[in-house]
Ligand binder design. Structure first.
Ligand SMILES: C[S@@+](CC[C@H](N)C(=O)[O-])C[C@H]1O[C@@H](n2cnc3c(N)ncnc32)[C@H](O)[C@@H]1O
Length: 256
């Protein structure tokens, strides 16, 4: 299979018609957690991407979402990641036939090798919570976005932030310390708006996000992927009470 078009059908949730066309094995080889094509589709339904727009895919992992944005919307995508070697993403991008529209760049989020106002859109899928909870990080997003440019994230989140009352009892057996970076949509809204650098246009909970997360973990667990069975069990136990995906979209004001 070359570059993602359908050979084996995935049990794609309804509402994600674009993702349904991509090969299951390709998605499984490139997965680093929840299904990133479904996250990309959930985001682009509220943050439309237009042909030739310059898009930064920040924390793109194995660049599946970058390939998706180039194929589906004809965007010019910079696929930036820390953990994945640039040459691995270059190979995947070439195999997908989008080397003219996707450029891989290995970079740490605090040291992005981009100039001021280079991008029309910045997106980050299942990645921004690794560095974006820092109060000052939004300054980097503001710097690389054009005035009027848009920024959107989808990240694992908690319906209500964990308080001094602690972790919900039913999640304690599964809780990793780094879940402290999971937050509610309202938390992200305040986190961005208090800086005055971005206007938040939407902060919501991806509809049925926990069900999508669970559906993908069931597929990954069936294929024996490390950690997937425990994540599936956690999502079954939680049943959407606490966990899901926060989806947040903001804009750099045109005059800033
Ligand atoms: C869970 S993976 C998700 C990857 C991809 N977006 C996806 O959903 O398949 C998180 C990604 O965040 C990236 N990441 C974490 N910390 C980072 C940092 N400080 N700078 C840049 N990327 C970072 C990692 O390289 C990793 O690929």
């Amino acid at each position: 299979m070359v570059g993602g078009r359908a050979r084996v059908r995935v049990r794609t949730p309804p509402g994600f018609p674009r993702s349904a066309g991509y090969d299951l094995d390709w998605q499984l080889e490139g997965t680093m957690g929840p299904n990133v094509l479904w996250l990309a589709e959930a985001l682009t339904q509220v943050l439309p991407i237009h042909p030739e727009e310059r898009v930064l895919d920040l924390g793109c992992g194995k660049a599946l979402s970058s390939i998706f944005l180039a194929r589906e919307f004809w965007a010019q995508v910079t696929a930036t990641d820390l953990w994945t070697p640039e040459e691995d993403n270059q190979r995947r991008i070439e195999e997908a036939g989008v080397a003219d529209r996707v450029t891989p760049v290995r970079a740490e989020a605090h040291a992005l090798p981009f100039g001021e106002a280079e991008f029309d859109v910045v997106i980050s899928l299942d990645a921004y919570h690794y560095f974006g909870t820092d109060d000052l990080y939004i300054g980097t997003i503001h710097r690389v976005l054009k005035p009027g440019g848009r920024f959107g994230i989808v990240v694992p989140g908690l319906k209500t932030d964990v308080t001094s009352e602690g972790i919900p009892a039913h999640l304690q057996p599964y809780w990793h310390w780094d879940f402290v970076s999971f937050h509610s949509p309202e938390w992200w809204l305040r986190h961005w708006e208090k800086t005055g650098l971005l206007q938040v246009e939407l902060a919501d909970w991806v509809p049925d996000g926990w069900r999508h997360w669970l559906a993908w973990m069931e597929i990954c667990a069936d294929r024996g992927q490390t950690g997937a069975a425990a994540e599936r069990d956690m999502l079954v136990k939680d049943a959407g009470r606490t966990l899901g995906f926060a989806r947040v979209v903001g804009r750099r004001p045109a005059n800033s």
